[in-house]
Write a protein that binds this ligand. Structure first.
Ligand code: NAP
Length: 293
């Protein structure tokens, strides 16, 4: 894939992440123009060599690749409304603000109507982890925009992952992976209450769980392949085991006076699977419960 090397960039939004992105671009020799609502946050970057734009429109006019990273899309759209006078034509807009697939699609329409290319990105790393070979960044948008912005994206992550042309894909990946992480975290916290009740140190329990999770990736990959291929015949982990296990977790929460919300949700979902006649199928059949909703 051919990469156009554009060496001038603008960064709108200089919070913890945006300021990091601007600094990485300066370190790589880019001509960087920055803008932030609170001007004080521009000062350290000005000292590092960035030009501070007086308005968002001035910042857009100054860069070939326009990077935005602000709190949310409401903030993003409030800023973009101030750029109508800027010459967007021929530029590429890289939106790294977290949002939803629908917000990304809406912003792509807005950007293309202004004559620029659009990419949407999901950063799944903390500011101090940016700019490394293994920094996880997921990007979606039209291939032409990807080609235009690739050099800049490679400053932020050694191997940014291109998901495809639909602008909302990066947000979808963000929401899907966060769902996996928050589900696991809530399970961890519920487990912590079980162990507190048992008088067992939670830090030791965290170590035990971490040991199990390190091998759990293979199992998730296996179940993911089965779901993708619509394979539900019992091979590895029958649904019935989980129906019983989650009922036990809920019962123990009741017995011990532990918050019931998390196990009630789990047990309810597996009970629903049993009611749908899936008890004798592979765990992957849980997707049928969710698809039926
Ligand atoms: P932050 O430090 O809280 O900065 C928020 C930025 O948004 C600031 O530049 C702030 O401007 C601006 N902003 C908020 N409301 C605004 C408005 N109405 N108009 C104009 N500007 C507004 O946040 P951050 O950590 O940099 O995160 C920025 C984005 O990156 C978020 O979408 C976040 O989900 C995503 N992200 C962050 C991390 C992380 O670890 N930090 C990781 C992955 C993704 P002021 O300075 O003027 O308030």
């Amino acid at each position: 894939m051919q990469t156009t090397s554009k060496k001038s960039a603008a960064v709108l939004g200089l919070g913890m992440m945006g300021a990091t992105l601007a600094r990485l671009l300066l370190d790589k020799g880019y001509t960087v123009t920055v803008w932030n609502r609170n001007k004080d946050k521009s000062l350290p970057l000005a000292e590092a060599g960035a030009t501070v734009a007086a308005t968002p429109a001035d910042a857009v006019s100054a860069g070939d690749v326009i990077v935005m990273c602000v709190h949310d899309y409401a903030a993003a759209e409030a800023i973009l409304a101030q750029t109508e006078s800027a010459g967007w034509k021929g530029k590429v807009f890289v939106q790294l603000t977290s949002g939803s697939p629908a917000e990304a699609e809406r912003l792509e329409k807005w950007t293309e109507a202004h004559g620029a290319g659009y990419l949407d990105g999901a950063i799944q790393a903390a500011p101090q982890q940016m700019g490394r070979e293994d920094t996880p960044i997921f990007i979606s948008g039209k291939p032409a925009a990807w080609d235009e912005a690739l050099a800049v994206l490679k400053v932020f992550a050694g191997a940014p992952e291109y998901l495809g042309a639909a602008a909302g894909l990066a947000s979808s990946v963000d929401l899907a992976t966060l769902s996996g992480i928050y589900g696991t975290l809530m399970g961890f916290f519920h487990g912590a209450r079980i162990m507190e009740h048992a008088g067992f140190p939670v830090d030791k329990y965290a170590g035990l769980l971490t040991g199990i999770l390190s091998t759990f990736g293979d199992f998730i990959q296996y179940e993911g392949t089965l779901v993708h291929e619509n394979r539900f015949a019992k091979t590895e982990s029958p649904m019935s085991i989980s129906v019983d296990a989650t009922a036990r977790i809920l019962q123990q929460a009741s017995d011990a006076g532990i918050h019931r919300a998390f196990p009630a949700y789990l047990a309810g979902m597996f009970q629903k699977a049993a009611e749908m006649g899936l008890a004798d199928e592979e765990l992957s059949a849980m997707i049928k419960v969710l698809r039926a909703a």
